[in-house]
Ligand binder design. Structure first.
Ligand code: ADP
Ligand code: MG
Length: 398
């Protein structure tokens, strides 16, 4: 795989470099609520502009349905990118106008193209349609142009600006992609033991693949979040109105047979999924009918902290409860603290998953308390599942 270092070893001053970044940040009323992905993308852009390249950034925001949608404009992202970058970043509309803006770039300049998913060809299943868009993107970079793939959060997508364009231009992996891949390669390969995986979030079915792939390599899998109730059901316990995936009970039994699954001994149950609902801690094998489990309990936090106590490697995906509602954030906070303690002891601790990363920030935890917080939710899980990610494969075999 050619890398940004390889590209910079060539002459890039004056050349146009197309960079696919992942700038898909959460917005509320047009305001960015979490700019981590933009910050994570800046180092690669900075290295290129410092070397005198004319940088054209392409990215997406959300999932526009069938064409432009002003609510999903990258305009606020361009503003924030400009602040972080230290110079205003123009936002180029697609089509002919983009070519004019790109032509006007000076050496060391940066332009952001409007949401690439406004063009339905970006996500088309039709190879020729995607290739046509990729060709237009490559044209913007020109005859001596290059492509840098740095949007780790999208490398699992076979899309025009991720996959097809890497076949149109000399393609290089950016620093963010390299960092993410290096960390995940360790987790998927021979990580230091004890190796503990902490899983939560809403659905077992989302995590089966990663559990299957990692289970043989790890010492323990701590299961909290909504998915623990299907495991409790697999042990024969009633789970009240908690999240339950009946069609996954059999799969959970299989995992329980491995002897590596650790479940919380207690859970927090509520009358409803609401911040003001009455709630209590109950033993995990005595969840009353009509109540819904929304967090692991204090004994669960203690049990998980104990299992993390001597871990050398930790992978965490999925919050322990409905952390978005303050009364049910305690388990997630407790597990975060236990993982931060592992980091301080020298363990390698990695967080994957969009909501898990959001939880860390929403709960005011220090990001420096973790070895690595992945910017890619689906991409990191698919990597750990051992799947071939099109945006990485194409960099290896253009
Ligand atoms: P990630 O994005 O980190 O992979 P997921 O998308 O799998 O995580 O899950 C995140 C969601 O899981 C959160 O929105 C959280 O509210 C929800 N969740 C956690 N625990 C429960 C629970 N006990 N019942 C229902 N939802 C839960
Ligand atoms: Mg999620």
């Amino acid at each position: 795989m050619r890398t940004l270092d390889d590209l910079l070893a060539e002459e890039v001053a004056g050349r146009r470099v197309l960079v696919r970044a992942d700038l898909n940040v959460p917005l509320e009323d047009g305001r960015i609520t979490d700019d981590r992905r933009i910050r994570a993308g800046v180092p690669t852009l900075r290295r290129l502009t410092d070397a005198g390249a004319r940088v054209v950034v392409t990215a997406h925001l959300g999932r526009p349905e069938g064409g432009s949608d002003p609510r999903l404009s990258l305009a606020p992202v361009a503003v924030r990118l400009g602040e972080l970058f230290g110079a205003a970043v123009p936002l180029a509309e697609p089509g002919g106008k983009a070519a004019a803006t790109v032509d006007a770039l000076a050496d060391g300049g940066l332009v952001l193209l409007e949401n690439i998913r406004f063009d339905p060809r970006e996500t088309s299943k039709d190879d020729a349609e995607r290739a046509a868009l990729a060709h237009e993107l490559a044209d913007l970079a020109g005859a001596d142009g290059a492509f840098v793939s740095d949007g780790f959060g999208v490398v699992h997508r076979k899309q025009a600006s991720v996959y097809d364009v890497a076949r149109e231009l000399p393609a290089y992996a950016g620093d963010l992609v390299l960092t993410e891949v290096a960390v995940l390669r360790t987790l998927a390969g021979d990580a230091q033991r004890p190796y503990v995986v902490v899983l939560g979030g809403s659905k077992v079915s989302d995590k089966l693949g990663v559990m299957t792939a990692l289970q043989p390599k790890v010492d323990a899998v701590l299961v909290g979040g909504g998915m623990c109730f299907t495991f409790l059901a697999a042990q024969g316990h009633g789970v009240g109105d908690s999240l339950l995936e009946a069609d996954q009970i059999e799969a959970c039994r299989g995992f329980l047979d491995s002897g590596k699954i650790v479940l919380p001994p207690d859970v927090v149950v509520a009358d409803a999924v609401a911040a003001d609902a009455a709630h209590d801690v109950v033993p995990a094998d005595a969840i009353p009918d009509g109540r819904v489990g929304l967090d692991i309990g204090p004994a669960g936090v203690a049990r998980f902290a104990e299992a993390l106590g001597d871990a050398r490697t930790v992978f965490w995906n999925g919050p322990m409860g409905v952390f978005e509602l303050a009364p049910f954030a305690t388990g997630t906070r407790g597990v975060a603290q236990a993982i931060e303690a592992a980091t301080r002891r020298g363990a390698t601790t990695v967080v994957g998953g969009g909501d898990s990363a959001a939880a860390i920030r929403a709960l005011g935890r220090d990001e420096a308390g973790y070895t690595h917080i992945s910017t890619g939710g689906g991409a990191s899980l698919e990597y750990l599942e051992g799947k071939a990610l099109p945006g990485l494969v194409v960099l290896e075999n253009p």
